[in-house]
Design a protein around this ligand. Structure first.
Ligand SMILES: N=c1c2ncn([C@@H]3O[C@H](COP(=O)(O)OP(=O)(O)OP(=O)(O)O)[C@@H](O)[C@H]3O)c2ncn1[C@@H]1O[C@H](COP(=O)(O)O)[C@@H](O)[C@H]1O
Length: 103
């Protein structure tokens, strides 16, 4: 199994686990606003790394993706849902999509 799918499955399995022994369960227990806040913080940290600390980009991107997976699980959205959306967009330039939206 792809490591991302494995991580997503682990995160799903943490629903209802003990928040004292699982960081993911502690995020679920705090609720979506806290999960969304953490995702935003990790996004900002990734941006800062990109601009000023390029050696930290990989680690910050991993934190970002991890917290995105927690948010997706909390919202009952699967990686396959996201893959399907990306596949739907495949081959459509962002410029073309924007022009169609604004027409
Ligand atoms: N990939 C990760 C992962 N990446 C980052 N983190 C944690 O995410 C947290 C966020 O970083 P911060 O510096 O913002 O943490 P913090 O200051 O403690 O957070 P707050 O006090 O602000 O809530 C840290 O505690 C990291 O350890 C992760 N925690 C867990 N995983 C994976 O999730 C699995 C399940 O984890 P548990 O639920 O803890 O068993 C693990 O086996 C790992 O595979």
């Amino acid at each position: 199994m792809d490591p991302l799918d494995r991580l997503a499955a682990t995160i799903r399995d943490r629903r209802g686990a003990d928040p004292g022994s699982s960081y993911v369960a502690s995020l679920f227990a705090k609720g979506r606003p806290k999960i969304a806040q953490k995702l935003g913080e990790e996004a900002v940290e990734t941006v800062i790394a990109a601009m000023a600390q390029p050696d930290k980009i990989v680690s910050e991107a991993a934190d970002l993706i991890f917290h995105l997976l927690v948010l997706l699980a909390d919202a009952d959205v699967t990686l396959d849902d996201v893959r399907a959306e990306l596949a739907r967009r495949e081959g459509v330039s962002g410029h073309t999509e924007k022009a169609a939206r604004n027409a």
